[in-house]
Design a protein around this ligand. Structure first.
Ligand code: DER
Length: 221
């Protein structure tokens, strides 16, 4: 079976009747959302909160009822993908451009479950360029501050113009020679005026579902 499909569908085991579910963004959680849609058609009663317009569209297509924050008291579980997962279950996210809404929903959830194919599992974070969401106003100055922190920021483009997030912001994909302290870097980045948030999710994942060396499901906690 497709590795993404196998880990994505496994996450459904953590969704129970009546739950409010944070629905992540990307090609792995696509399978989680698709399977949840099948279960909803078979009678499962859940409500979804999407982390992106892309996921909102998918959830509607597969028939998952959606709610917004003012209609709920809490999010029971959030399920999302990642671009890198460290041994400490810290994450780099944002490859899909949805990091801000993903982090808001992951933080608000009682449980945050990550679905990641084995290629995402790393010893140390940082091979994947770190996405940093910034407001367009003064982005040229923000870029300079990212460079002063040791990053090599590249403004993400789409169709020849700067990529815009669902929130109307830009993303810099920042390569760092080495991320010695992800905790400190996350804080330092978010202190820069113009930075909205970044793709470091430190200490947030409760479980990471992947495949082990024998290609069997591995639940890391
Ligand atoms: O943007 C993100 O963090 C997404 O979750 C995404 O990058 C996950 O990657 P995937 O498409 O390989 O699941």
């Amino acid at each position: 079976m497709n590795e993404k499909k196998e880990v994505g569908e496994k996450a459904v085991d953590y969704v129970e009747e009546g739950m409010v579910v944070g629905l992540g963004t990307g090609s792995t959680v696509f399978y989680t959302i698709s399977k949840l849609g099948n279960l909803v058609q078979q009678g499962l009663s859940i409500k979804g909160i999407p982390t992106s317009k892309q996921t909102e569209k998918l959830a509607i297509e597969v028939g998952i009822p959606l709610v917004s924050f003012h209609e709920i008291n809490q999010i029971d579980v959030a399920i999302d993908g990642a671009d890198e997962v460290s041994r400490d279950l810290d994450l780099i996210k944002g490859g899909g451009g949805a990091l801000l809404r993903e982090k808001i929903i992951a933080k608000a959830a009682k449980a945050f479950i990550v679905v990641a194919d084995p290629h995402k599992m790393v010893d140390k974070l940082g091979s994947f360029p770190l996405p940093v969401e910034v407001v367009p106003f003064g982005f040229e100055m923000t870029m300079k501050y990212l460079q002063e922190l040791g990053g090599s920021p590249q403004l993400r483009q789409k169709d020849g113009i700067p990529f815009r997030t669902d929130n109307g912001n830009y993303i810099f994909d920042c390569s760092f020679p080495e991320i010695t302290s992800p905790e400190d870097l996350e804080k330092d980045l978010n202190l820069i005026p113009g930075v909205v948030d970044n793709g470091l999710f430190i200490g947030m994942a409760d479980k990471v579902i992947t495949l082990n060396g024998d290609k069997n499901i591995s639940i890391n906690v």
